[in-house]
Design a protein around this ligand. Sequence first.
Ligand code: ADP
Ligand code: GLC
Length: 484
Amino acid sequence: MQRPVYLVTSEIYPFSKTGGLGDVMGALPLALQAQGIPVAVISPFYGRLSSGNFRIRLSISDCPVGYPWQPITADVYEADYYGVPVYFIHRGEFFDRRYYYNDHKGDYFDNAERFIFFCRAALSLIRRLGVNPSVVHSHDWQSALLPAYIHYLRQSGGFWAETSSALTIHNLAFQGRFSSRLFAGCGLPPEAWGMEGVEYYGDLNMLKGGIAYADAITTVSPTYAEEILHEHCGCGLDGILRKRKAHLSGILNGANYSVWSPEADPYLPATYSAANLSGKATCKQALLEELGLDARLMQRPVLSFIGRLRGQKGIDLLNAIVPDLIKLDVGIIVLGEGNPEHESTVLEFMEMYRGKVSAVVNYTEDLAHRIQAGSDIFLMPSRYEPCGLTQMYALRYGTPPVATAVGGLRDTIIPWPKDNFTGFTFERSSTAGFLQAVSKAVALWENDQPAWQNMVQRAMGQAFTWEEAGAAYAALYRQINRKG
Ligand code: ADP
Ligand code: GLC
């Protein structure tokens, strides 16, 4: 019998999601299953967990979570996600909150305890389920202690002797860095505290622990895998990443086209395809109405931004050029939440340019789909972008992106004026570069509709499939497999 791979993640769509991690983890297990790999997922049972129309049932009550000095347990719930078992770790004191990681005041004060508990509960659950895993695959800092645990457990042989660990970095900027006093609660041996382990300048750094111990480290695009080896993108971890370079690779995410396809999107007022784009105009008209934008924008390009209102996404660059963009006589739509300062700036623009700018400061899954479909140009001036999914969705929805040429954006957009271009990129993150790139896009829209329509059709034809990504992960698991 083939041994299972466990994916351990703090988000899995449709049950939980704050961003791209959720989307990816909703698709990766199915892609692995399609590769013939037995796979299961472990994730927290949040207070705001959605059932996503799956039946979630109690599977194990009071599963002991190996804290030797403290009898602490977790209830484990289970859903059958298209044949993949998804186990949800339930412990109210840690996960029954309004949000996932933070509220408007900032990060939850006990995030270290919450996710150390989550990692330990994942280990206890896997042990309890009783089949030795071939790989335990962590995602981001919230599950990044697992490679460290597996490294030490493996030394004592037995159940874990033939288990490998993998860590995927979806965003190097979030590291799970906490006070050193929390190290004791990890239950790792004292030798894990040090430069070669989970310590980082006197603090506990959970992501660094994963990087130090994982048998394979991946990140979500080839370009980002290269960028993080350098100081300007390394978020202070470029040193250890360079040291572990032989184990680091970039595997481009796929886009989940069963959720994101204009041909069959239940959130849209009309569906459309590259062969018949008439539904896109219907989507645009309905979107202008929904958001209270001028109907005359049907004759002008409408620009959109969807994402976290944070420095990473370059929302400040967009805010800086809104008055210039308005001079180009375009419509602008922003959907996002995040930094309160950026939130109020986009809302002020909506007041200032009524009918031309619409800002929705909220997290609204269905509106994200309607904006992708109903706008003409997608804006993504990210300072860095490990992969980025929204530009992949924009391409598929025939809304060519204008983006910084970094990370996954570089790997997915074919920039004007290359043959077969599918969008526009600019090299360094600057307001001047961004404005220039948007102006080029608007000029093409105005002056050469046939060229624009050809670009739209090429963009819609680009495919970033999970079949390809799944095969790459399967190959990686074979490489690190410990049992012949
Ligand atoms: P990141 O994970 O860095 O936030 P990605 O491009 O990988 O960026 O994925 C972002 C995901 O989150 C996409 O599915 C996008 O549609 C969604 N998203 C981001 N902000 C919002 C929002 N305010 N409302 C709805 N969906 C959002
Ligand atoms: C992170 C990154 C984003 C990536 C997503 C899924 O949130 O910021 O670029 O697409 O993870 O891997």
